[in-house]
Write a protein that binds this ligand. Structure first.
Ligand code: GTR
Length: 324
């Protein structure tokens, strides 16, 4: 009896000590953007929430400025648990997680509101869930505005102007096909190589949203910005399944919730940054061109025909289109 009591006391002590010294966890999260960019700030904000909600036990360290590598490489490292978390645009995930392709389809979303409603609802959940068999857990979607073309020499005023132009694209088959359908010559490469490629004439142009066009200083070397607004492809925040499986179910819930809670903050930061970036580019005297999007959009049929073929993709597309 005495022995049992002693054992119980020892066990109780060990358990209490275990709780007191519960392991501290620091999750490293990759991003290619600099400090102050909305994606970076949103993950930092999520980190604050996580730290608050776990009494400082779990922290997120944002390793930005591409210090951990370009997006395609960091995705692989995240799958293998070398990097814990990653904030990447949907495009570099396309070849890995087919469901992400739907969100990048050209001229799909009627408005930002349509995109928000899609990613905030069951379709968004379905796309996030599709990451798991690939070693990743999808946590949240962040805004990325509308992508438009920019060129160094010849401005794009109509669809025909894109014919034969060398245009940098993200490393995704969907995006390569999209450029081909626009009549351009696609050159896939990581974001970090775009500035010098524009400067040295390796490419004639690229495409991105206002904040990236400004923040990566592409606007200094490609001064014609044509508002085709051809895609509202969102950003995606993921965590490595290897890191995830080491967390308790309670901690997983905290992380999931904090990621969701950072979305509203990101949207505020995003719309403010879009304005600031646009003003900066306009103040620099760049040529901003408005175009009739009809011909650009009509040229995209082959992209839909090629990527929306199996019943799963067809159903997803129909669901997105039906979102009101
Ligand atoms: C940006 C996006 C980045 C990256 C980049 C690119 O809009 O935030 O994650 O994908 O575009 O074009 O490579």
């Amino acid at each position: 009896m005495k022995l049992a009591k002693t054992l119980c006391a020892a066990l109780g002590f060990a358990l209490a000590a275990g709780t007191l010294h519960a392991q501290e966890i620091t999750l490293r999260s990759a991003d290619i953007h600099p400090d102050g960019y909305p994606t970076v700030e949103a993950v930092k904000y999520m980190g604050e929430l996580v730290s608050e909600r776990t009494k400082g036990r779990i922290k997120i360290e944002v390793m930005n400025n591409a210090t951990l590598g370009n997006e395609k490489d960091t995705i692989e490292q995240t799958r293998f648990g070398v990097i814990d978390m990653n904030r990447v645009n949907a495009a570099p995930f396309n070849n890995l997680v087919a469901e992400t392709t739907v969100l990048g389809l050209p001229f799909l979303f009627r408005s930002t509101e349509h995109m928000h409603k899609t990613v905030d609802g069951p379709i968004g959940d379905q796309v996030l869930a599709a990451f798991e068999p690939h070693g990743l857990i999808g946590l949240a979607f962040y805004d990325s505005g509308a992508r438009s073309f920019y060129t160094t020499k010849k401005p794009i005023e109509k669809l025909e102007d894109l014919k034969g132009m060398k245009i940098r694209v993200q490393q995704s088959d969907l995006w390569i096909a999209m450029m081909e359908a626009f009549g351009a010559n696609p050159t896939p490469m990581p974001m970090g190589e775009v500035y010098s490629s524009l400067e040295t004439g390796v490419v004639d142009g690229a495409e991105n949203n206002w904040p990236s066009y400004e923040s990566a200083r592409h606007f200094e070397v490609a001064k014609n910005y044509t508002l085709t607004e051809h895609s509202l492809n969102p950003e995606i925040l993921v965590i490595s399944k290897i890191a995830w499986d080491k967390l308790t179910p309670e901690d997983q819930t905290v992380l999931r919730q904090a990621a969701k809670d950072s979305v509203g903050k990101m949207r505020e930061l995003w719309s403010a940054r879009e304005k600031v970036s646009e003003e900066k580019v306009r103040a620099a005297g760049n040529t901003i061109i408005k175009v009739d999007k009809t011909a650009f959009s009509a040229a995209m049929k082959p992209v839909y025909d090629r990527f929306v073929t199996d019943p799963k993709m067809k159903a997803l597309l129909e669901q997105v289109q039906a979102v009101q």
